[in-house]
Design a protein. Structure first.
Lengths: 112, 114
């Protein structure tokens, strides 16, 4: 199956700092989503971004499909940004459309 | 617009028992997928349903089964519970069939098997 690798595995930030999370995937994809899982387990959809660049407030994401990677940018981090960030993909053509393959996640801790 | 809702939020069962988890899809969504998330790991795909039929399954044994109803709500049933079934179970729905339709997740059901 498709491999999804996220880096770094852990990230500690001071409030106000900027950061970049990376997601590499091993095959072409039709779907790529970034999620934030808060400490209560809620999985929140941040971006649907199989290609291109999107921005939503302090968050933005870029996917370069031809080079098989995606980046999530967090600017001016806040303590509420703490949690685990997951990248998830659906491989093109052969996999069922609901079958998201998740990476292992990046654990982010933002300190006051 | 109502999001994906799951019930119950928490559940404790004994090894060997059976459990049913429920999910109501987001309004307008006709596909539903179920995921299992063990502690410290990413979610793992169990199966998905479209038009009341299973349409794709992950690497889970047959004792994991499901249903989708005409109103697009869904159930996940697990028989003969094992300790390793302890996990957060997530339901996700999407607007339509197709990998270009993003998935939206519910808050999950946390199952503990003792």
């Amino acid at each position: 199956g498709i491999q999804v690798e996220q880096s770094p595995p852990d990230l500690i930030l001071q409030e106000g700092a900027n950061s970049t999370l990376r997601c590499n995937f091993s095959d072409s994809v039709n779907n790529l989503q970034w999620f934030h899982q808060n400490p209560w387990g809620q999985l929140i959809n941040l971006f649907y971004i199989p290609s291109g660049t999107k921005q939503n407030g302090r968050l933005s994401a870029t996917t370069v499909a031809t080079e098989r990677y995606s980046l999530l940018y967090i600017s001016s981090s806040q303590t509420t940004d703490s949690g685990v960030y997951f990248c998830a993909v659906v491989r093109s053509e052969t996999d069922s459309w609901g079958k998201l393959q998740f990476g292992a996640g990046t654990q982010v801790v933002v300190t006051p | 617009e109502t999001g994906v809702t799951q019930s119950p939020t928490h559940l404790i069962k004994t090894r060997g028992q059976q459990v049913t988890l429920r999910c109501s899809s987001q309004s307008g969504h006709n596909t539903v997928s179920w995921y299992q998330q063990a502690l410290g790991q990413g979610p793992q795909f169990i199966f998905q349903y479209y038009r009341e039929e299973e349409n794709g399954r992950g690497n889970f044994p047959p004792r994991f089964s499901g249903l989708q109803f005409p109103n697009y709500s869904s159930e996940l049933n697990v028989n003969a519970l094992e300790l390793d079934d302890s996990a957060l179970y997530l339901c996700a729905s999407s607007f339509r069939r197709g990998s270009d339709s993003p998935l939206h997740f519910g808050n999950g059901t946390r199952l503990t098997v003792t």
